[in-house]
Write a protein that binds this ligand. Sequence first.
Ligand SMILES: Cc1cc2nc3c(=O)[nH]c(=O)nc-3n(C[C@H](O)[C@H](O)[C@H](O)COP(=O)(O)OP(=O)(O)OC[C@H]3O[C@@H](n4cnc5c(N)ncnc54)[C@H](O)[C@@H]3O)c2cc1C
Length: 430
Amino acid sequence: MLGREVRADSRKVVILGGGFAGCQVAHDLEHEFEVTIIDTGGGFTHVPDALKALAGFCTPEANHVPLVKLCPLSTVQIVTRMPELALEAKVVIIETTNGGAAQVPYDFLVVATGSSYPSCAAIRCADDGSMVATDYHQLARQENARMSQAKEALVIGGGIVGMELVSEVAARFPDLHVTLVAGRSGLLPECPPMGVARARRWIARRSNVRLIEGLRCSADEGSTTAFTCETKAGHAESGLHIDCDLCYTCVGIVPNSSFLRGTELERRFSKKGFLHTDEHLRVMPDVWACGDVREKLPEQFLASFAHWEGEHVSEVIRATATGGAMPRPYRPAPRFAAVSLGPSDGFLAYDDWTVCWGRLVPLIKFMIKFMIMRFWLPTMRIMRWMPHLRQRSPLAASFQASSDCTRPDPARASFQQCFQGQARGAKVIL
Ligand SMILES: Cc1cc2nc3c(=O)[nH]c(=O)nc-3n(C[C@H](O)[C@H](O)[C@H](O)COP(=O)(O)OP(=O)(O)OC[C@H]3O[C@@H](n4cnc5c(N)ncnc54)[C@H](O)[C@@H]3O)c2cc1C
């Protein structure tokens, strides 16, 4: 039977945010619980392809699916103002279409509101309700039009998002010169060496891409088009001046948690506002957090981790509601990242290995998107069945074993080296 059998004693689960993490929880629980998803963005966005939409390789709408389609048994509330929480009364207060307020009661609350790049709304807007999906689609189109007319673009940040943005834009607009400034951690610090080498070769082959490493870049006072890159802020002699028509800042990710300020949950904020969780991803009794809004290692800000965290939260909620046995504490699986280098190249990193590269990678990414957006459940079931993904290599063990790598170690050039250092001494936990 496909429909939900809501029992009289059915407990209420409210999920804030219908992204990778939130949808996973909804999927897992909607047959047994009364699930409500509250989202400010207007639907599920396949964020990994946001850059393709920006460059014009696909439409912004192609990355968007209505939540009711993905989670047919859940109640979906799309709001344009951030929800408010009354934790003691266990209700979420949302606006109604006529401007009033409605209370959504819960037994279990899941915060899965993700994170954003506030300095670059075209990449990932601050999902605070100030921008609904249609605004975002409009913005992506405007940005694409600006790119087609620009001569010089600057991308700040040599992580996966910065590198993918450069590769999509440079491939789409061959006459646009793109400068990628990777800070002190260099290019793709979280990726395996073979993948990084592939990315470097890709850059070297493009006449319209320039890579600058080891410098910090900031806008000149009062300007949005003039930038100075230095080894240290204010270090004039190391300065390199860059003039550009467009600049994208792909660093400084912030959690979408500002709406929790003033509530008890604020006490569980990290310095940057990410939510601290325990070994079962619980923030406080009956409140869980999963996905990019949760405090975790930088390498884990990926859709696959959001999925696995969502899966764990559903298991814990189910056990809590039924009084059943708790699952084992959450352990992150090895990292699984498909990095595209334009539309016809890329590499697939599994933990600290590059397992595949070349034309196959964009194809794999396309297949993943196609499956997720059309057949969420079977796709996620496949992921669950892939035993390899759940095994823990020394590097993955070190993710958990060490909290030292949560902050960059100035003595090491990158997180990757930090992890490798930890991995050498780490025990393998299977
Ligand atoms: C440009 C880019 C490229 C990426 N590429 C990859 C990639 O190739 N592979 C990969 O694995 N990962 C990639 N990532 C990371 C991946 O997209 C995230 O890790 C993943 O989306 C996190 O899932 P989430 O559910 O935590 O958050 P999201 O998917 O961001 O979902 C959060 C949801 O919460 C909603 N929301 C926000 N604020 C509120 C609020 N106050 N109230 C209610 N709802 C709210 C939003 O509308 C959204 O629907 C990329 C990220 C970016 C930005």
